[in-house]
Write a protein that binds this ligand. Structure first.
Ligand code: ADP
Ligand code: MG
Length: 386
């Protein structure tokens, strides 16, 4: 992972590609979900924080109706198209993320003509840290300002989600975009996905002598085609059979009854979501009462639920979690949609070298691809940077 370029460097790369300075540069972060997995599309609770890995976009509006897009990430050169041809069917590859946002904004009546766009991101792709939402939120913030659309942050969240759902084809909830747009440094975002109400929760890891270590297993997921959609369908089935609008409406005390109404697999899916919602609420309460050092057991219980009930972990994620816990982590869990991606470990800062070395060794011993391991801290959300 290369060091993050400053906004001036991003503007220079834009100018080198397109021959003129951009109108501005906007930045939006990836995220780590501290706890609350697969609860967002069940109208439940999540607790992500934005990380100090960002997508930056430099954009210049054009007088004609041509769009030109370039990513610094080794994608295949400049993509050029006429705005009149823009539709979900014609958007392919990485440009579906920025163009999907443009398409949604145009559907909403925002007057976007041609533009040049250069993207530079330090959010690893497909690692469960939401490189996709980082792009969407940076692009949505940019056009909101450049075109004077006047949309609120909560509205931009829904723009990003629609792009992901309707253009990319990944049936994801509002977790990722909310974290990327609503976060502030030193805080997590406690979000009620039914009402879209959010509250910033202090998460000063450094003051507590802690850090969150991300272990990117390099096992890539594919949400659009993978098990994510199947899990979502199981949750919808569970809600339908139980006669509720969403699994948010099932209380932990109702699970015994639910067990008698659902097939065994659907019941386990439901139990994960119901208990995970409660763990998010418990984590928020424990953070307020006792601080971040006290939330470890909740994180680890969340991992067990995803591994055993929701079946979205994998050997690499389980090994990362177990190894971190055996080497001083207070808690650990996979984060993100699952089937690969990253695990997070909450560790005393002094234990970082030990946990890193142990995880690297365990992966080598198991014959797994070497993981990428890095610390993250709660960072600010989307904003204009130049
Ligand atoms: P995640 O959001 O967990 O990282 P996704 O599969 O949702 O994974 O999104 C990853 C996709 O986002 C990539 O396959 C690519 O299309 C796009 N993407 C992410 N970062 C970049 C980048 N720097 N340049 C171009 N496309 C990117
Ligand atoms: Mg994504």
């Amino acid at each position: 992972m290369s060091a993050a370029p400053g906004p001036a460097q991003v503007a220079e790369k834009f100018a080198a590609a397109f021959g003129q300075a951009p109108d501005g540069v906007w930045s939006a972060p990836g995220r780590v979900n501290l706890i609350g997995e697969h609860t967002d599309y069940n109208d439940g609770f999540v607790l992500p924080f934005a990380i100090d890995r960002t997508a930056q976009v430099a954009i210049r509006l054009r007088a004609d109706n041509t769009a030109r897009l370039l990513s610094g990430y080794g994608h295949q050169g400049v993509v050029s198209l006429e705005m009149a041809t823009l539709s979900p069917e014609t958007m392919k590859g990485w440009t579906a993320y920025p163009l999907g946002v443009v398409w949604v904004l145009r559907q909403m009546g925002v007057d976007i003509g041609g533009f040049d766009l250069y993207l530079d991101s330090t959010v690893p792709t497909g690692a469960g840290l939401s490189s996709s939402a980082a792009i969407e939120c940076a692009v949505a913030s940019a056009f909101n300002e450049l075109c004077g659309a006047g949309l609120t942050a909560n509205q931009l969240v829904l723009v990003g989600q629609r792009a992901e759902n309707e253009v990319v084809g990944a049936p994801t909830g509002i977790l990722d975009q909310s974290a990327s747009l609503l976060a502030t440094g030193g805080h997590a975002v406690f979000l009620d996905c039914r009402t879209q109400e959010s509250r910033l929760v202090p998460l000063d890891l450094a003051a507590a002598g802690l850090l969150v270590l991300v272990v990117d297993t390099k096992v890539t997921h594919a949400h659009a085609t993978g098990g994510y959609a199947a899990r979502r369908a199981s949750c919808e089935l569970g809600a339908e059979v139980l006669g509720v609008a969403a699994l948010r409406d099932v209380a932990a005390a109702d699970l015994a009854v639910a067990a008698g109404l659902l097939d065994a697999q659907t019941f386990r899916r439901v139990r994960h979501v119901v208990t995970e919602d409660q763990r998010v609420l418990d984590t928020v309460a424990v953070l307020a009462d006792a601080g971040p050092a006290a939330i470890g057991a909740l994180l680890t219980a969340s991992h067990a639920s995803m591994r055993d009930d929701f079946d979205i972990s994998c050997d690499e994620l389980d090994l990362a979690v177990e190894t971190a816990l055996a080497n001083g982590a207070l808690g650990a869990r996979m984060t993100g949609g699952g089937f690969g991606g990253s695990a997070i470990a909450l560790i005393p800062a002094a234990e970082e070298p030990r946990v890193r070395a142990a995880v690297v060794r365990a992966f080598a011993d198991a014959g797994f691809t070497a993981p990428d391991i890095f610390a993250v801290s709660p960072a600010p959300g989307a904003r204009r940077v130049l």
